[in-house]
Design a protein around this ligand. Structure first.
Ligand code: BGP
Length: 462
């Protein structure tokens, strides 16, 4: 059979997930509390249908079965995260041996089934005690994170070679400090900038520590949600709006992580508006000397922007949105459930940008996927016929393939996600998995896309 889209030898086929979203066992195995456990206790009404993080998809007890399912659908790689609050309850000090056993078991099970684990250290889940100390606003928390990273490299680095410091570090900044969709629900751009900055310092410290560990074939990177900012038009005012949106939402992390320095224009804007974070001597060298080896790219949707229609309210809090309005392009293709535009070519544009402006750093699609509500509508003979998801993946893969043909250094594609999981405020509203999960019985059932991806992974193309 000749394939129209053949991927390079050794291409990484798999999926991604995070600890809080699948493990469950939130109060078992000696795990400490994180901000999600706490926020849910305080305000369960903010979570879809009041479903919290306590049991989620029960990976903690079912990882063996899940690894078998991954193998069945052709995964050769899988990205997971370690729960900091599980490994080191409270965030500092003694390591929880039950957690070590659990993560060892998961890693060993993956390896025994020829699935390479990619391990991420932080996926939105700050230990509660450290949040109460100020979270990422606190430099002491940055140091605690660096210690945690060392513990993880030491415990698992003999078997795990691909490490990631953070998943989408801008999301806790946006959610927790600008737009009120994560705990601690603060609206304050100056504090947001401090959180963003300290996250990058924490990243660089973890990279610096990683270099001392001599991990075989070891690579360390970061996972960023890159959302290309497309201007409404070529009008200079629209172009400027898109450039500034790009500075705030992409380059704020991409530049320091890959190039080792912040864009001067972003610094100028923050300075002009009195929003610059506090820095320490030596920070800029730390960033410069500890850039990422590998970049995970999460891509779901583009950002479309235009020049502002109205002046910002001078009495309102400073916001990145003082410089642009979001633009609803007529005729855009939407995923109406998640409310996100679908624009497959975005994946290509991101890769070309990495090639041209970021030294063609080794990268991969670390998340891409389509969340759909009430998927039982599509049940036939006991399986969800998710043709829309197959289309979604296929069309994105075509553009990724094109980028690779043009010399982009993209090594793999991970779907968000392996099985339906718990999502932050949306809980189980939108389903993303190759496998559906019955949230009462926790039973896993393949969807049509599971059979499809099995063939694609095994053929290394389609
Ligand atoms: C990314 C996160 C994931 C995941 C995904 C889907 O931003 O890294 O944790 O949740 O988006 O988004 P959502 O769950 O909000 O629908």
């Amino acid at each position: 059979m000749t394939l129209q889209y053949k991927f390079p030898e050794g291409f990484w086929w798999g999926s991604a997930t995070s600890a809080t979203q699948i493990e469950g066992a939130a109060n078992e195995g000696g795990k400490g509390k994180n901000i999600w456990d706490h926020w849910y206790e305080k305000e369960s009404n903010r979570f879809f249908e009041n479903v919290g993080p306590e049991s989620t998809s029960d990976f903690y007890h079912r990882y063996k079965e899940d690894v078998q399912l991954m193998k069945q659908i052709g995964h050769n790689t899988f990205r997971m995260s370690i729960s900091w609050a599980r490994l080191i309850p409270g965030g500092r000090g003694a390591v929880n041996q039950e957690a070590v056993t659990f993560y060892n078991n998961v890693i060993n099970e993956l390896l025994a089934n020829d699935i390479e684990p990619f391990v991420n250290l932080f996926h939105f889940d700050m230990p509660l005690e450290l949040q109460q100390e100020g979270g990422w606003e606190s430099r002491a928390v940055v140091d605690a994170y660096a210690e945690y990273a060392k513990v993880a490299f030491g415990l698992f680095g003999d078997r795990v070679s691909k490490w990631f410091t953070f998943n989408e570090p801008i999301v806790p900044v946006e959610g927790g400090y600008l737009y009120d969709f994560h705990y601690p629900n603060i609206v304050d751009a100056r504090r947001a900038a401090q959180v963003a900055y300290h996250t990058m310092i924490a990243h660089a410290k973890a990279v610096e520590a990683f270099r001392t560990f001599n991990i075989q074939d070891g690579k360390i990177g970061i996972i960023l949600n890159l959302t290309p900012s497309y201007p409404r038009s070529q009008n200079p005012a629209d172009l400027k709006a898109s450039r500034i949106a790009d500075l705030f939402f992409n380059r704020s992390f991409l530049d320091p992580a890959v190039l080792g320095a912040y864009p001067q224009e972003l610094i100028n804007i923050l300075r002009e508006h009195g929003q610059l974070p506090t820095t320490e001597k030596g920070d800029s060298d730390l960033l410069k000397e500890n850039t990422a080896d590998i970049l995970g790219v999460n891509y779901y949707q583009p950002r479309r922007v235009k020049a502002k229609d109205h002046l910002p309210n001078p009495y309102g809090p400073f916001m990145p949105d003082w410089f642009f309005d979001n633009y609803e392009m007529p005729g855009r293709k939407m995923n109406p459930y998640r409310g996100w535009e679908i624009y497959e070519k975005g994946i290509y544009d991101i890769m070309i940008n990495l090639k041209e402006n970021y030294g063609n750093i080794e990268s991969f699609i670390s998340e891409n996927g389509m969340g759909v509500q009430d998927e039982e509508r599509f049940l036939e003979d006991g399986e969800i016929q998710d043709d829309y998801r197959i289309d979604f993946i296929r069309e994105h893969l075509k553009w990724l393939h094109q980028a690779i043909e043009e010399g982009c250094n993209a090594k793999g594609y991970h779907l968000w996600t392996f099985m339906d999981n718990w999502s932050w405020m949306n809980a189980y509203k939108n389903r993303y998995g190759f496998f559906s999960v019955d949230i009462k019985t926790k039973e896993r059932t393949p969807k049509k896309s599971a059979h499809w991806i099995k063939r694609v992974s095994e053929d290394n193309g389609f």
